[in-house]
Design a protein around this ligand. Structure first.
Ligand SMILES: Cc1cc2nc3c(=O)[nH]c(=O)nc-3n(C[C@H](O)[C@H](O)[C@H](O)COP(=O)(O)OP(=O)(O)OC[C@H]3O[C@@H](n4cnc5c(N)ncnc54)[C@H](O)[C@@H]3O)c2cc1C
Length: 416
């Protein structure tokens, strides 16, 4: 099928929506699309697999530009995710342009950083660009609402099991049906069933300093300056604390799976035996009101290299490469990658570039924007967590807080 034919088929997202709204044929887990199996016959321009920040942002951009877009998310919005919930200011304008009215949300603006070592040495630094705090529970759901308002066909609680490229078209199979489209996006996060199915290289790496991490997150009520983010190091990990909306704080840490194993797979035991050795963490964990019964957790986190194109699927966000959370920039990278992908997908769907050009240009631009940041992130990740190295490092740079900003600059970009 030629590109010209695609162009003729892709009615605007809004006209598709009005068609669907007149139908009474709603499934329980779809916000818009009445019958997923019907969709096979509908000419979607793009299928987005994974409705985190990257997938939602791209689907909104595509739909706003008039491309019929379908998005699959295996969970049900709103839901909590392991994330430090500190977003670099890089993304502020992009999010406002997408339709998130950040300035009306009275969010904490974060300008100061404290970094402590496992032995309790610490350093204060002013953040040049800074960031803001917002929970993923709120943000992902807000973006989902904006996506739906803009005509994206959002299928939640729908896991994609297969993406097959066949003669210029993708066939996407999910629990209960299939859709097809000329463009497919893999925005399914850190590690998904599809990564394993496709045997992506990072899923086969031996355990190393760059993989097999776990993440743990709580929301708490506590007393901590709203304009500050603290990163407290402990043996084989670090824990961040910063404010989000509604007077709540996000307390989130990353550590090795081995640390948990050494503590009989008990999070509580690990916190007591390992995290509390840093006196800052001991006092943070002993004082607050914990707002979840159990923490949100994830495992098998890898910072190994990933490819940006997999069998013609454009990979986005953590699925294309994950920066270490210490750098606090994964969310902005996910948004920025969505913006970059949109430009090339748009040119392809308009017939101005070939598929090969779309893939090459996207991958090249991705590398240009993020390649160096990821490399810097990996270096920093190797340094932190080693008890003695972190202690010495914090002591050594204490008189030179500007070094912290230099390191941060090396893992961040500019507003986009
Ligand atoms: C401990 C920790 C702390 C962090 N702290 C910060 C921070 O403070 N600031 C920051 O900027 N970044 C932080 N990050 C990084 C940030 O969370 C990620 O970079 C960001 O979430 C990437 O967004 P994404 O859209 O690529 O993936 P995700 O948000 O993970 O979204 C992927 C989605 O795909 C869905 N999915 C997966 N497989 C399928 C399937 N087969 N079918 C359908 N749906 C599927 C998942 O359910 C998920 O919702 C942190 C990460 C960790 C691990």
């Amino acid at each position: 099928m030629g590109i010209q034919v695609f162009n003729n088929c892709f009615q605007s997202a809004k006209s598709l929506r009005s068609l669907e709204e007149t139908s009474n044929h709603k499934t329980g887990n779809s916000d818009i699309s009445p019958c997923p199996t019907d969709s096979v016959r509908r000419p979607f321009a793009a299928v987005v697999v994974g409705g985190g920040l990257a997938g939602l942002a791209l689907s909104i951009l595509l739909s706003k530009a008039g491309y019929k877009t379908v998005l699959f998310e295996k969970e049900k919005y709103p839901f909590h995710k392991v994330c430090g919930e500190y977003i670099s200011m890089e993304s502020w304008k992009f999010l406002e342009d997408l339709g998130v009215n950040l300035s009306e949300l009275n969010l904490p603006v974060i300008k100061n950083l404290i970094v402590s070592s496992p032995r309790g040495n610490f350093i204060n630094a002013k953040l040049d660009l800074g960031g803001f705090g917002i929970s993923r529970y709120f943000l992902d759901n807000k973006l989902k609402e904006i996506a739906v308002e803009n005509g994206v066909s959002v299928h939640q609680e729908t896991k994609v099991n297969e993406v097959i490229f066949n003669e210029e078209n993708f066939s996407i199979k999910y629990n209960g049906g299939a859709v097809s489209a000329p463009v497919a996006i893999g925005s399914f996060g850190k590690r998904s069933n599809l990564d394993v199915k496709w045997q992506r290289a990072f899923t086969k790496q031996k355990n190393s300093k760059l993989n097999n991490y776990i993440g743990v997150k709580y929301h708490i009520k506590t007393d901590f300056p709203a304009d500050t983010i603290a990163l407290h190091n402990f043996k084989n990990g670090y824990c961040g604390i910063s404010k989000v909306e509604n007077d709540q704080y996000c307390l989130c840490y990353l550590t090795t799976a081995q640390n948990l194993k050494d503590n009989h797979n008990s999070i509580q035991e690990m916190q007591k035996n390992v995290l509390y050795k840093n006196t800052f963490l001991k006092s943070i964990f002993s004082e607050p009101e914990f707002l979840f019964k159990e923490p949100v957790t994830i495992s098998q986190i890898s910072f190994d290299k990933k490819s940006q194109i997999e069998n013609h699927v454009l990979m986005l966000g953590d699925a294309a490469g994950m920066i270490t959370p210490l750098c606090g920039n994964g969310m902005s990278m996910a948004f920025h990658a969505a913006k970059i992908a949109f430009v090339h997908i748009d040119l392809f769907l308009k017939g101005k570039i070939s598929r090969k050009e779309m893939e090459e240009k996207y991958a090249a631009e991705w590398q240009k924007q993020f390649g160096k940041r990821l490399r810097n992130g990996r270096i920093i990740q190797r340094l932190f967590g080693k008890e003695t190295a972190t202690n010495l490092f914090i002591k050594a740079i204490k008189p030179f807080p500007f070094i912290i900003n230099k390191l941060i600059k090396g893992t961040h970009g500019n507003p986009f």
